[in-house]
Design a binder for this molecule. Structure first.
Ligand code: SF4
Length: 454
């Protein structure tokens, strides 16, 4: 609450500064949005045993300003050595293996004990959250950990199950903010956990519910990693092995690149969670410099939300395009992917009726991705409260897909999952009273949007 009060006016200042030439404050922008699903199926509150949030600042025009104005993680301090802390204790899940090993040694214990601890935190189906779960560890070592180390970065608040089996987990952070994580079971033995990387998001994509919240703060590496650990701990017995991680929850992952790369390193560590780097996907709305850095420093997969085939439309639906336009984004990918071996980027394309789903769009998309090793996901738009857009009909999506496929593109239709519990793509979060502004709709799309608000 404290953060909301101090941030509100500042947030508004940021918006008006950046968007003033385009700004239309929609009346609904300042109305309170119901916290639960806009659809009516009964919520399945299937869990709330232990316990389990929202910073805004829009600085697409000046990410550096944003970064410096945000406390990276209010709940996490740093020792002089750079080790992440929670209160007076070291936050174990905020360290890569070599950092943990160094910390353990600095307290007079052997590297082998660090490895045993790492395996209990992340491996062997233990996913330890409490000192008592560290079976087999030396008594003195456990005593030291009880005194100096913190296992948990998140508290379970609630879990909702959608009619298709998709689960949305709400976690409370130490500062009281709430984040959401989604687990998407798949019949083919591939279960995906969709993790959040920020509380809210600064990018203000016009079709995204999370974007309405603005950005409250970055998540720490520990808060990101623990979402995946929690998912395995809580749900592996029910949904089978969780094999994939996608950074497509709340937030723009590359806006929090330091912590995201660190979290991804921890997720793929072969002695721990051991996710395949190909199955850990980091998504971006198109932060070009950070994307270049990511491609150099990480072997994990990259997804880019494209969602438009012209700068006119993308400037509107994804304002980040005003800073890094389509040409720059795609040329950067073309150049950078030449340097990677056997690597394909995944383009995400949310289909918005009358906005980006025409036959001309399909043809332009084919041209735009020429020379980029890629796959394309066509995603059905998931409506939410106050949304201006309508989903493209299934028939039209199939037609769009066929045009791309006939031109030789690798293209998939991605059905909506978990939308009855607001767990689907673009539906996460809970905007407060002060929301990111809706941007002025270009005149030629006004008819397409008429009557679309839900
Ligand atoms: S789509 Fe992603 S980047 Fe865009 S506002 Fe939503 S969370 Fe942020």
């Amino acid at each position: 609450m404290e953060m909301k009060l101090s941030r509100g006016p500042w947030m508004r200042r940021q918006f008006t500064t950046f968007f003033s030439p385009f700004l239309t404050i929609h009346p609904s922008s300042f109305s309170s949005i119901p916290s639960t699903s806009i659809h009516s199926p009964p919520l399945t509150h299937s869990l709330s045993p232990h316990s389990f949030s929202n910073a805004r600042s829009l600085s697409i025009s000046a990410p550096a300003t944003l970064q410096s104005s945000l406390s990276p993680t209010p709940s996490e301090g740093k020792e002089d050595s750079g080790i992440p802390m929670k209160g007076s204790k070291v936050l174990l899940k905020g360290m890569r293996y070599h950092e943990l090993e160094k910390w353990v040694q600095s307290h007079g214990y052997r590297p082998a004990q660090a490895l045993m601890l790492w395996k209990r935190l992340y491996g062997n189906n233990i996913w330890a959250q409490y000192n008592e779960e560290l079976e087999g560890l030396n008594k003195d070592f456990k005593g030291m950990l009880a005194e100096r180390a913190e296992f948990k970065a998140l508290d379970l608040k609630d879990m909702l199950t959608a009619s298709d089996g998709t689960k949305k987990i709400l976690f409370t952070l130490e500062d009281g903010l709430v984040i959401e994580t989604v687990i998407i079971p798949c019949r083919r033995g591939r279960t995906t956990v969709c993790v959040s990387s920020q509380v809210g998001c600064a990018m203000n994509c016009q079709f995204c519910y999370t974007g309405r919240m603005g950005l409250k703060r970055n998540l720490s590496a520990a808060e990101i990693v623990e979402q995946a650990v929690f998912a395995r701990r809580l749900l592996s017995h029910e949904v089978g092995t969780i094999t994939n991680v996608v950074f497509m929850g709340m937030g723009e992952p590359l806006h929090n690149i330091e912590n995201v790369i660190k979290a991804a390193d921890i997720l793929v560590d072969e002695h721990g969670l051991h996710f395949s780097p190909r199955k850990v996907t980091i998504s971006t709305s198109g932060l070009v410099p950070q994307m270049k850095r990511f491609l150099k420093e990480s072997n994990c997969a990259l997804a880019v939300s494209l969602n438009a085939t012209t700068d006119e439309v993308r400037n509107w639906v994804m304002p980040i395009n005003r800073k890094y336009n389509l040409g720059l984004l795609l040329n950067t990918l073309r150049e950078e992917l030449c340097l990677k071996h056997n690597y394909k980027v995944l383009f995400e394309y949310v289909m918005l009726a009358g906005v980006n789903d025409s036959i001309e769009d399909a043809k332009r998309l084919i041209d735009l991705v020429q020379g980029i090793p890629c796959k394309i996901n066509l995603i059905s738009f998931n409506p939410h409260c106050g949304s201006q857009f309508r989903p493209t009909s299934e028939e039209k999506m199939i037609q769009f897909r066929n045009i791309l496929a006939e031109a030789g593109c690798v293209v998939f239709l991605r059905p909506s999952r978990g939308d009855d519990q607001m767990a689907a793509c673009g539906q996460l979060g809970k905007p407060g009273e002060i929301q990111a502004p809706l941007l002025k709709v270009p005149a030629k799309f006004q008819t397409a949007l008429e009557g679309a608000s839900v």
